[in-house]
Write a protein of this length. Structure first.
Length: 142
């Protein structure tokens, strides 16, 4: 049945969307079905969304980032001092990432730290070798 404004049997609502009941009506609370009647569907507990296959992995271990930074600084500034820790940290981070089953990211950073660590170590060894040869040649020529 409609009222003068064309509204049907919908309950009247206030400004906040709450149902307004006429004077004298009591709220009966949630209704439970009689025995033998169909139960209302129960709402399942919320589950966090699962990443689709091929999605980007989660967090990156700090050792992978540290290895990459030490590898870069080792090549540029102090090869023998910073490059060896870059190799160690990168190897540990790569092992951790590979063992996590795809839930950790940063494998590229760990490999970059390892490669730059070896490049820095080789560069530092070459510089030491050249200094040693230069010292021997200068000492033998006098």
């Amino acid at each position: 049945m409609s009222d003068a404004f064309g509204r049907g049997d919908e309950p009247e609502r206030d400004a906040f969307g709450n149902e307004v009941r006429p004077e004298g009506h009591q709220w009966l609370g949630p209704q439970t079905p009689e025995p033998g009647q169909q139960q209302p569907p129960q709402q399942e507990a919320w589950q966090p969304p699962v990443a689709p296959p091929g999605a980007a992995p989660g967090r990156t271990p700090g050792e992978a980032t540290g290895a990459m930074i030490l590898g870069i600084l080792g090549v540029i500034f102090c090869p023998l001092v910073l490059s060896v820790p870059a190799i160690v940290l990168g190897t540990r981070a790569r092992r951790e990432i590979d063992g996590a089953g795809g839930t950790l990211g940063g494998r590229g950073q760990a490999v970059t730290g390892i490669v730059l660590g070896w490049v820095g170590t080789g560069f530092g060894a070459l510089v030491l070798l050249l200094i040693l040869i230069g010292a021997l040649v200068a000492d033998g020529g006098s």
